[in-house]
Design a protein around this ligand. Structure first.
Ligand SMILES: NC(=O)c1ccc[n+]([C@@H]2O[C@H](COP(=O)([O-])OP(=O)(O)OC[C@H]3O[C@@H](n4cnc5c(N)ncnc54)[C@H](OP(=O)(O)O)[C@@H]3O)[C@@H](O)[C@H]2O)c1
Length: 240
């Protein structure tokens, strides 16, 4: 049976870089399960990664998560899970937060990773081990007007990372997170220039990050067998 690396949100900026990095660094030994809700982006990426397979699925639903798990188990044994799919909208100041926004942000950024970890880690433990990397954000620990619910979702994801690391480490599954700063992807493409410049001034290195920089950190956490339960910032030294 093939060993499989599952990447959610693989059609997006960071997800596609992570999938390509895992394929390159593992020299094809890990087959990529590419999951996204965006069918076209996924088809394009799958065409660039030999041996990969796309799973078009909405992982905010139980049925969507089950479809992903079933598709992976039909192909092989999961040994890597990258919980990358996420959204940062709507942006709402605290007094304007809507209950519907809570569901939108928390269902994708927190609930989906929680239940995908539960499902895939069970399989990894049965197979003798594996690695999970969750994609958090610098905003888990810092305030930015309009980002309250996003922040909560990522802070929750970091807490889940440490909890799963504590419970599953003894059974061979390591669980870590990467916390990107401002990365140039479709998520950040439409931020007004004035806001971008304010954010740039908060970064010690004075530059925005690339999806490849995040992907390299993800691979490091997949590969290093003695790192468990960490949150690794990849932010150029933002809000130090
Ligand atoms: N970019 C940054 O500066 C930054 C900073 C810190 C953390 N992050 C985190 O990094 C991760 C990736 O961000 P990104 O910048 O690469 O975003 P992105 O380019 O927008 O990619 C996100 C991908 O997830 C997909 N997706 C949305 N809803 C989904 C669902 N219900 N089920 C499955 N897939 C779904 C999106 O599809 P659609 O295109 O159809 O919506 C998109 O392809 C996120 O967790 C984000 O919070 C990003």
């Amino acid at each position: 049976m093939d060993e499989i690396a599952v990447v959610t949100g693989a059609g997006g900026g960071i997800g596609s870089a992570v999938a390509l990095m895992i394929h390159d660094k593992s020299e094809g030994a890990l087959k990529l399960a590419l999951c996204d809700i965006n069918k076209n982006a996924l088809a394009e990426l799958a065409g660039r990664i030999p041996g990969s397979f796309p799973v078009v699925s909405d992982i905010t639903t139980e049925a969507g998560r089950k479809a992903l798990v079933d598709a992976v188990l039909a192909k092989g044994t999961p040994s890597v899970l990258v919980n990358n799919a996420g959204i940062d909208r709507p942006h709402e100041p605290c007094l304007a937060i809507l209950e519907s926004s809570y569901d939108t942000l928390l269902n994708l950024n927190l609930k989906a990773p929680a239940f995908l970890m539960r499902a895939f880690c069970k399989e990894m433990m049965a197979a003798g081990g594996g690695a999970v990397v969750n994609i958090s954000s610098v905003l888990a620990k810092h305030a930015l007007t309009g980002s309250a619910l996003y922040r909560v979702s990522k802070a929750g994801l970091e807490a889940l990372t440490k909890q799963f690391a504590a419970e599953f480490g003894p059974r061979g599954v390591r669980v870590n997170a990467v916390a990107p700063g401002f990365i140039m992807t479709p998520m950040t493409a439409n931020i007004p220039d004035e806001t971008k410049e304010k954010i740039r001034s908060m970064i010690a290195l004075g530059e925005f990050g690339t999806p490849e920089a995040v992907a390299e950190a993800v691979w490091h956490l997949v590969e290093n067998q003695y790192i468990n339960g960490v949150v690794l910032p990849v932010d150029g030294g933002m809000v130090l």
